[in-house]
Design a protein around this ligand. Structure first.
Ligand SMILES: [Zn+2]
Ligand SMILES: [Zn+2]
Length: 293
């Protein structure tokens, strides 16, 4: 599982920072959270493949989070894409996202499926699920929770104890009891479940504590302003660095990645210093920041 923060600026790009987009790569697929203007170039800069992107999750319909969508999808077409792309956005906004895209690039040669996203589960496969919860911004905004399914593992010590091997181990992992050397062995005797990894993406918002984000391995959280601009954060419905760190501590996450910095923030060491008063480990992401977990 690899996370790449492709863009880290809020509202407008700077010479150093692109607009918000976070890529999660898992099992050969790309999951893209927001797609700020210039995202396609950030993929190229940091050596990531946008052709592998299967799902795009838009947090909310503000320009800095969506302006990159038509450019990215039209370049996919240029590169010969045929595989569908799924685009998720808050349910009251998805129609605007779709119109915006279709008006600029009406004839894409691959299917683009738009899905209304509401709090709760969006979809799941055997390998992972994606859920959403409501944030607190000036328009409907969603956080997205990507969670790997629990993995069933066999306890090697116990397999040895019972002399188990071969296809019966697969049956036990699949939840069946088996007869083995004259005794009945059930899954609870030899297998156990390991919780999957959980990544939470939080875009523009005042601080929100959701149980869905609790104990995440990684929380990616906006931090538009320093604490010294707290009034501005309240007025514009964003979070300060200190507030984001406080959310990470309250939710007991494993690590915190801060991004979505106002161009007013010039010094990332000050960001880390402010955040570390409340939570560690924390990273103030530069464009291209990568984490493998
Ligand atoms: Zn924003
Ligand atoms: Zn916004």
């Amino acid at each position: 599982m690899r996370i790449t923060v492709l863009g880290t600026s809020a509202s407008a790009p700077t010479t150093e920072r692109g607009l918000p987009a976070v890529l999660l790569e898992y099992l050969g697929e790309g999951f893209l959270f927001d797609v700020g203007e210039g995202t396609q170039r950030q993929f190229m800069r940091f050596g990531r493949s946008f052709m592998r992107v299967t799902n795009i999750f838009i947090s909310h319909y503000h320009g800095d989070h969506v302006f990159g969508l038509p450019g990215l999808l039209s370049t996919m077409a240029l590169y010969g894409r045929s595989r569908p792309v799924h685009v998720w956005a808050p349910e009251r906004q998805v129609v605007y996202v779709e119109r915006f895209l279709r008006s600029l690039v009406p004839n894409l040669p691959f299917p683009v499926e738009f899905h209304p996203a509401a709090p709760g589960e969006l979809f799941s496969t055997g390998d992972y699920s994606v859920r959403a919860y409501s944030l607190d911004h000036t328009v409907d905004t969603l956080a997205y929770v990507f969670e790997e399914s629990p993995r069933i593992k066999a306890d090697k010590e116990k397999l040895r104890k019972y002399g188990l091997h071969g296809p019966v181990v697969g049956k036990l992992k699949a939840g069946e009891c088996v007869e083995w050397n004259g005794r009945r062995i059930c899954p609870e005797d030899v297998v156990y479940s390991v919780p999957g990894r959980k990544i939470v993406y939080v875009a523009d918002t005042r601080p929100v504590l959701s149980d869905l984000a609790r104990n995440a391995n990684v929380l990616i959280h906006e931090a538009t302003f320093m604490h010294s601009d707290h009034d501005l954060a309240v007025e514009k419905k964003h979070s300060t660095v200190a507030e984001a760190a406080h959310v990470a501590a309250e939710l007991n996450v494993g690590r915190l990645i801060l991004y979505h910095f106002s161009p007013r923030i010039k010094d990332l060491s000050a960001v880390v210093e402010e955040a570390e008063k409340y939570f560690t480990p924390v990273v103030a992401a530069e464009d291209g920041y990568t984490l493998e977990i």
